[in-house]
Design a protein around this ligand. Structure first.
Ligand code: UTP
Length: 296
């Protein structure tokens, strides 16, 4: 059964240890690429894909995230008084309709699969998207929108996939491909974080999924997988011979903003993509690169 995808789960209950000490008091998802927090990029991508309900799986210390989507009457009144219409518009983009956003807690960080399962009652009997906001994707057509369009053709479960160097497979869930149809592949196996020599391909899963409610049933079993965590990958792999699993080679560039190097790369890419910053910033980068090569 294919249905419209209108709900997205954002599992954001992780500790974000790679960004300590910043993440001691700032949720990773609020960290800023140029002038917008990571979560805003994810929300915009979801809206473009037709998502109407946003479900956050959070943990202790994430209240800044809830505040971010709240209205800000004092700030608004001040901007209105000063006639700052452009900034008021920027603020508007951060608001979500009342009732369109829900927060639930994952009491223990038992893994990504467990975090998704925490949202089961809010999902009910509908297909849903899962979006990891620390994967930021620069694309002409937003990645989740590409996936929703492909899903309308295939049904089943769909993961966003990209080629990675073979020696990096141990950082990802990796697809074993049954049939390669170009942009789309059908999947006959999924392995979480395989060693390079054991990886069935170099097609890695990144943080965008469209899943059927059956995945919640599979997660119900609470099976521990790689690293002793309840893995989303395992619950999806259980559907390979059931409702089916597809990978979409999306068009776009993915930045791993959960890592420091990835975050810095994204900052440069998104900074250079901005009309108001490009000239000054690229001039600076050229100077820095020249100094760096002279020093070597
Ligand atoms: P990561 O593996 O990036 O972990 O989780 P993390 O805690 O965010 O960051 P590090 O590795 O300590 O720096 C991938 C995604 O899954 C969520 C995280 O919030 C992140 O969005 N997650 C992970 C949960 O919500 N709950 C979990 O139990 C585990």
């Amino acid at each position: 059964m294919k249905r419209k995808v209108t709900k997205a789960i954002f599992p954001v209950a992780g500790l974000g240890t790679r960004f300590l000490p910043a993440t001691k008091s700032v949720p990773k998802e609020i960290m800023t690429l140029v002038d917008r927090p990571l979560i805003q990029y994810a929300i915009d991508e979801c809206r473009a894909a037709g998502i109407e309900e946003f479900i956050f799986v959070t943990s202790r210390g994430k209240s800044a995230l809830e505040d971010y989507f709240d209205s800000s009457p004092v700030l608004e009144a001040e901007l209105q008084r000063k006639g700052k219409d452009k900034l008021l518009k920027v603020l508007e983009e951060t608001y979500v309709d009342s009732g369109g956003i829900a927060y639930i807690r994952q009491q223990k960080a038992l893994g990504l699969g467990h975090a998704v399962w925490c949202a089961r009652r809010l999902i009910g009997d509908e297909p849903f998207a899962v979006v990891l906001p620390d994967d930021v994707i620069a694309a002409e057509k937003p990645c989740l929108q590409q996936m929703v369009e492909a899903y309308a053709e295939t049904g089943g479960n769909m993961v966003a996939a990209m080629e990675v160097p073979q020696d990096k497979t141990s950082a990802y869930g990796v697809l074993d491909v049954r049939q390669d149809m170009g942009n789309l592949v059908s999947v006959k196996g999924m392995v979480e974080k395989p060693k390079a020599e054991d990886a069935p391909s170099n097609l890695a899963v990144i943080g965008r999924y469209i899943l059927t409610p059956k995945i919640m049933d599979n997660l119900n079993q609470g099976k521990q997988g790689a690293g002793g965590e309840i893995q989303l990958t395992d619950a999806i792999a259980d559907e390979i011979d059931g409702e089916g699993v597809f990978g979409l080679r999306f068009r776009g560039q993915r930045f791993d903003c959960g890592s420091k190097a990835g975050f810095l790369q994204a900052t440069v890419a998104f900074g250079l993509a901005r009309d108001d910053l490009r000239d000054e910033f690229s001039q600076y980068l050229r100077e820095m690169t020249a100094i760096d090569s002279a020093a070597q």
